[in-house]
Design a binder for this molecule. Structure first.
Ligand code: AHG
Length: 290
């Protein structure tokens, strides 16, 4: 089952092939390097290696005009037959949750395909996918048509679910940041949710979001007293994951509005509070925070 848009299909096929190599390449690349990413976070060798691998391959695709990554300051102009104002652009978190590499826990790769120059709004997405490096390597892909889940083995992808939607009855929740650093209004909301759902928080957004997709619930990394903009990046995490969850029948929010409607104003590394999950839970959150 290929994607109808040939450029998106090539991106997805490239991601599927690369994911197998990325997973195998994690071995021996767990060490921290004396570098920080543009968000000021310490990088591990695998962050840089996965980014270089994806940059080379995704930039070479005809029809891709820009490549941007959480791990690099500037946007790459891919040139080729698409000027930076034509063609699709890709924004990538090469290794989401890379701090989990030290503890050998789940991590992921996130790719957003935008039909607009970067930085772009989530509404400009035409596709988004995440790869989950769990016991099994899987990929969840959202396009304008549907949301599909694949198992990735040997560089190929095998579809295991189609028309994926969030279960109606929520089961799990996971909220990032330190509790003493939460705002009072978010703390009130979290206290309610804690009495209703089961805690599932693993420190890598993709692992936690996949729990929400599988069981229903809510994942959030709120704005904090010390950092009102939160930790996660709009372009590389918030918008692509928000797109996937909304295509799967859920909702996304920055606490006030859908992440897909947020106008980037501070460049490609802009941070945002992120909430995704079942619509009633997100609606309640926005009411609580308003
Ligand atoms: P990193 O890639 O630096 O490990 O950060 C991962 C992100 C996101 O995947 C996760 O939800 C969040 O950071 C976890 O942050 P905390 O460590 O503050 O919980």
């Amino acid at each position: 089952m290929t994607v109808s848009d040939p450029v998106v299909e090539t991106v997805v096929a490239t991601l599927s092939r690369s994911a197998t190599e990325i997973r195998q390449g994690l071995v021996g690349r767990r060490g921290a390097v004396d570098e920080e990413n543009p968000s000021g976070e310490t990088q591990v060798e695998a962050d840089i290696w996965a980014d270089e691998l994806l940059a080379e391959r995704l930039s070479a695709i005809d029809g891709i005009s820009q490549y941007a990554s959480e791990e690099r300051e500037a946007i790459i102009d891919c040139g080729g037959d698409a000027a930076s104002t034509d063609g699709y652009t890709v924004a990538v978190d090469p290794l989401d949750g890379s701090s989990n590499l030290t503890s050998n826990n789940a991590m992921g790769t996130i790719v957003g395909v935008y039909d607009a120059p970067l930085p772009a709004r989530g509404e400009d997405l035409v596709a988004a996918a995440y790869v989950l490096y769990g016991p099994i390597t899987t990929m969840l892909l959202a396009t304008e048509d549907t949301v599909s889940e694949y198992e990735l083995t040997g560089g190929e992808r095998r579809r295991i679910r189609e028309d994926v939607t969030l279960p109606d009855d929520p089961v799990v929740y996971g909220f990032g940041g330190r509790v003493p650093d939460w705002t009072d209004t978010f703390t009130e909301y979290a206290r309610e949710i804690e009495t209703e759902l089961k805690l599932r928080y693993g420190g890598a957004m993709i692992g936690d979001v996949n729990q929400v997709v599988t069981y229903g619930g809510i994942f959030g990394y709120p704005g904090l007293e010390s950092r009102p903009e939160g930790k996660l990046r709009l372009q590389f995490e918030g918008s692509p994951i928000g797109y996937i969850i909304e295509r799967a029948g859920g909702r996304s929010s920055n606490g006030e509005q859908s992440l897909l409607t947020v106008e980037p104003s501070e460049g490609i590394h802009e941070r945002t509070p992120v909430f995704v999950g079942n619509e009633p839970l997100i609606d309640r959150l926005e009411t609580q925070l308003s």
